[in-house]
Every structure is written in structure tokens, then in C-alpha cells.
Design a protein around this ligand. Structure first.
Ligand SMILES: Nc1ncnc2c1ncn2[C@@H]1O[C@H](COP(=O)(O)OP(=O)(O)O)[C@@H](O)[C@H]1O
Ligand SMILES: [Mg+2]
Length: 238
């Protein structure tokens, strides 16, 4: 469902060019769960931005469900993004002083969905991440792991075919990180969504079924992980 050929992204920094992606080609089937690994600066976030239609490549081709997106303008990219993609970030990116429920409703507000349905869907999404009892808590009243769950609920609320997470456990302690990986595994199993997550942590990566490694904007390995770690630990509400 996702196919790239020779994806290249060059950032112009005054006189110098930064080649953040340098000819990345791969294919990701619907319903895969994949980790993208690589050292800092290797192009992971750049690749996620392009896969997530937040940014266009400098050259190369990119198709989602057979539709070419590499030459779309900002408006069209936003449309594909809204329909197909959910994002989770390292720093959660929640609105402060705004309840979990309001945060999760936001993408539906943008999509023009009416108040009643918006709230019902947001509640359901929070229940799926184990936060049904925390809908009126603001981010500063929640633990880091709970905030990331709210962010995941927000990413899920549009029922995107593709869930992208850039270092989703990077701001969490290792135990909470494992709980978040357990949640991704459960969601992946239940929804059949394609889950692509970036991590520099090999242990986190081993919770997925395939590991793609980047270095200097190039894919240096792409391997099936036949025995992914099952996070499986009981979910702990803090
Ligand atoms: N907006 C930008 N402008 C200029 N250079 C950038 C920009 N974003 C990323 N880069 C550069 O591109 C390279 C890849 O960055 P990034 O994709 O963020 O890597 P990673 O997520 O693996 O740490 C780095 O050298 C980084 O400095
Ligand atoms: Mg990054």
C-alpha cells in the first residue's frame, strides 16, 4: 500500500545542502508493523514527514494505495493526511489546559464532524487506549504515559489506515515505554492498521515485525523480525 522509489529530500541551508534522504526505496504492505531505526540525523523524521504527507520529497516517487502523492500541493496533501494518516510524536503535542476529550475531538472538528458524534467517537477512542475514566483531565493532570495514550487516541479517532509514531517512547521511562508498545501491538492486532514507528532503541524496535535501518538518508538494512517481543504485561493505570 505504501511504495517509494528513490525518495530524496534536500534541505537548503543558505549555501549548503543537507541531503536528509538519499534515494530510499521500499514497499510496505497494508497491515504491517514496522520500526525505522537509525542514529540521530539519519533522516528518520524526514522520512516520517514524507510518508505522513506533512512534506513533499525533493525527488523520487511515493504512492499510497496506488495514488501518487509526491507532486501534490499542500491542500491535497492535507486531504490525504486527514483521511489516511494518524500521527504520534515523542513530546505528545497535546494542547495544554485542554481536556483529554477536547484534545481527541480536535481532528474531528477539523473534519467537520458534528458535536454529538464527535464526542461519542472521542470517548470511544479514549476507552480504547484505557483512558475512559480520564476524559476531563488536562495534560498536566496526567502522567507521561497517559498523555501519550491521549495522543494515540487522537491519532486513532479518524480511523486512519496508517499510524505513524516518531519516537513514541522517547520521552517515557522504560516500563511506561513497554506499556505503550503493548498498546501499539494491541491496536495493530485489533484494527489491522499499518503501524510505522521510529525509534533509536533496539529493544523497542524488536516489538515490531520488520526493522528498516537508515544511515545518512539511505536504507542500510531491511529485515523481517520473525519473533517480535510480546509486550503483553498487564496495563497499569497510574
Ligand atoms: N527543516 C530542516 N532544515 C534543514 N535541515 C534539516 C531540517 N530537518 C532536518 N534537517 C537535517 O536533515 C538531516 C536528517 O534529519 P532528521 O530527519 O530529523 O533525522 P532523525 O530524525 O533521524 O534524527 C539532519 O542532518 C538534519 O539536521
Ligand atoms: Mg527525528
Amino acid at each position: 500500500m505504501i511504495e517509494t522509489k528513490d525518495l530524496t529530500k534536500i534541505y537548503q541551508m543558505g549555501e549548503t545542502e543537507v541531503r536528509a534522504l538519499d534515494g530510499a526505496s521500499f514497499r510496505i504492505e497494508k497491515g504491517e508493523m514496522i520500526a525505522i531505526m537509525g542514529p540521530s540525523g539519519s533522516g528518520k523524521s524526514t522520512l516520517m514527514s514524507i510518508i505522513g504527507c506533512l512534506d513533499a520529497p525533493t525527488s523520487g516517487s511515493y504512492t499510497i494505495d496506488g495514488v501518487s502523492v509526491e507532486n501534490m500541493d499542500e491542500t491535497k496533501l492535507a486531504e490525504v493526511r486527514g483521511r489516511k494518516i494518524g500521527f504520534v510524536f515523542q513530546q505528545f503535542n497535546l494542547l495544554a489546559r485542554t481536556s483529554a476529550l477536547e484534545n481527541v475531538m480536535l481532528p474531528l472538528t477539523y473534519a467537520g464532524i458534528a458535536g454529538k458524534e464527535r464526542e461519542a467517537r472521542a470517548r470511544k477512542s479514549l476507552e480504547r487506549v484505557g483512558l475512559g475514566a480520564r476524559t476531563h483531565h488536562a495534560p498536566n493532570e496526567l502522567s507521561g504515559g497517559q498523555q501519550q495514550r491521549v495522543a494515540i487516541a487522537r491519532a486513532l479517532v479518524n480511523e486512519p489506515a496508517i499510524l505513524l509514531a516518531d519516537e513514541p517512547t522517547g520521552a517515557l521511562d522504560s516500563k511506561t515505554g513497554v506499556e505503550i508498545m503493548d498498546l501499539f501491538q494491541t491496536l495493530h492486532r485489533e484494527t489491522g492498521q499499518t503501524v510505522i514507528l521510529v525509534t533509536h532503541d533496539a529493544y523497542v524496535a524488536r516489538h515490531t515485525n520488520r526493522i528498516i535501518k537508515l544511515a545518512d538518508g539511505k536504507i542500510v538494512s531491511d529485515e523481517v523480525n520473525a519473533n517480535p517481543i510480546k509486550a503483553g504485561a498487564p496495563r497499569v493505570e497510574v
